[in-house]
Design a protein around this ligand. Structure first.
Ligand SMILES: NC(=O)c1ccc[n+]([C@@H]2O[C@H](COP(=O)([O-])OP(=O)(O)OC[C@H]3O[C@@H](n4cnc5c(N)ncnc54)[C@H](O)[C@@H]3O)[C@@H](O)[C@H]2O)c1
Length: 445
């Protein structure tokens, strides 16, 4: 039986693991397998990333170059742009992007491209696993027929499963090995083989009855986050309107030991997951005649946050008898979240776009991001690139307003408070203790 054949290769650590896409998801995963002594090949379309990885350089914050080098040294791991090597792989895991089209429909082109390569080099005996976040049905509706076009039969010649990736870049507590892994096969054998594989590198595998359950599980998790962040953003606006301290309210609510989970407001949502994934679910639901209203509402609230932040800035400047037009504004933190360099869908881009469109002169400081470009589809309009400014005393003093968009740990907030005249803090980076006795006027979300 093919399941037993693959399990034996896994047990013997002779199963060659191929990972397609070496980004935030694929690189940590392949390093995990290689460090556990599995022969591993990473497939990339980006030649620079491939060359860097083969030179022992990691481009992902959570993966140390030291570990990449350790894998290379063993001679059991390398990256390549040559997909013909897929034929040598017993396991193929797909970790390619799943963005949205401009219409907010799923962009399946990356999964299809990976599927085409798998089909081209498919042979009997392979276990294929999709990890890219996608709508329920992708694994069996899209990938299965593609592989079958190579003349192979599911369960007889190949196995096929879905296992969502839950990695949280920049989270020092939870990394690949200690995040429970949900696994569902298109068939029972597929699910069991895939579960056995992951049990080699993660502490806990949660087996579900189908690939569709596993696909839906990931979208449920991220839709839960998007909706709860939307609710926190709405509550922040309500609290502001009522003159109540939002952050004190959340802190108090979070003391309830059951039935409450704290989510926090911010300038909007970013990254490759939370702003996108719920659309995969609502798109699929629409195909079945269902309109998911919570998802639409959360999207509306969350995507409106940059405008709300700019309104806070404009109102705050107004109290100083200043206008946004002509104001010099310093953005602190442009990555979409704390202590990482990921700019994808970052709300800071929209905040900057909006301010510049109103005539503000914007500069930024982010220890993780050397430059920011505005020619991506995720920003409101195109504009000149910006380059990281050093957080000098002169810079802080010369600005009319500082906006904290991302609360990176390494920033000297007490100094900002000491030297700035006005700060709009969208992340509660300036807690009570820091604000106490500060000269700056602070407006918080
Ligand atoms: N970033 C996260 O925190 C996170 C967390 C959980 C799940 N996910 C999901 O995992 C998937 C991958 O996300 P990511 O953040 O790693 O993306 P990424 O952009 O960091 O990495 C994807 C990599 O795939 C490469 N690639 C694109 N097409 C390819 C192809 N045809 N063949 C080989 N390589 C190809 C790209 O060059 C890139 O290096 C997405 O579906 C995402 O939603 C991401």
């Amino acid at each position: 039986m093919i399941k037993d054949e693959i399990k034996k290769l896994i047990t013997d650590k002779t199963a060659c693991i191929g990972i397609i896409g070496l980004g935030y998801v694929g690189l940590p995963l392949i390093v995990e397998f290689a460090l556990k002594d599995f022969p591993a090949v990473g497939f990339e379309v980006d030649e620079k990333k491939t060359a860097d990885i083969n030179a022992g350089k990691s481009h992902i914050v959570d993966v140390s170059s030291e570990n990449v080098q350790k894998c290379l040294d063993g001679g059991r791991f390398h990256a390549t742009t040559d997909f013909a090597e897929l034929e040598n792989c017993d396991v193929v895991v797909i970790c390619v992007p799943t963005p949205l089209r401009k219409t907010k429909d799923p962009d399946m082109s990356y999964i299809l491209a990976a599927g085409e390569q798998i089909k081209k080099y498919a042979r009997r005996g392979q276990l294929v696993i999709l990890e890219s976040t996608t709508y329920p049905g992708t694994t069996d509706e899209v990938l299965q027929p593609m592989i079958e076009e190579a003349g192979l039969k599911l369960d007889e010649d190949f196995l096929l499963a879905f296992s969502p990736e839950r990695v949280d870049p920049g989270n020092p507590q939870f990394q690949t090995h200690n995040i429970p892994k949900v696994v569902g096969g298109v068939t029972k054998d597929s699910g069991e083989a895939a579960s056995f594989l992951y049990s080699q590198i993660v502490d806990q595998v949660h087996f579900v009855s189908s690939a569709r359950v596993a696909e839906a599980c990931k979208l449920w998790e991220n839709t839960f986050r998007a909706i709860n962040i939307g609710m926190a953003n709405e509550m922040a606006k309500v609290c502001n309107a009522l003159g109540i301290d939002t952050w004190e309210v959340v802190r108090a609510a979070a003391t309830k030991p059951f039935g409450f989970m704290a989510f926090y407001p911010g300038p909007g949502i970013g990254g490759h997951c939370i702003p996108l994934d719920p659309h995969y679910l609502s798109w699929k639901a629409r195909q079945h005649g269902f309109d998911s209203q919570f998802i639409s509402l959360a999207e509306q609230v969350n995507s409106g946050m940059p405008k709300y932040v700019v309104k806070l800035v404009s109102d705050a400047l107004n109290t100083e008898k200043k206008a946004v037009n002509g104001a010099r504004i310093l953005i602190l933190g442009v990555a979409y979240k704390k202590d990482i360099d990921d700019m994808r869908e970052s709300p800071a881009l929209s905040v900057i776009d909006l301010l510049r469109s109103k005539g503000a002169e914007v500069v930024y400081h982010d220890p993780f991001v050397p430059e920011v470009h505005f020619d991506h589809a995720y920003t409101i309009g195109a504009g000149d690139p910006l380059f990281n400014s050093n957080l000098t005393d002169d810079l802080i003093k010369s600005t009319d307003c500082v906006i904290i968009c991302t609360e990176h740990s390494g920033v000297d907030y007490p100094r900002v408070l000491q030297l700035a005249s006005l700060v709009v803090d969208t992340r509660n980076a300036l807690n009570e203790e820091l604000r106490d006795g500060s000269k700056a006027k602070v407006v918080r979300l």
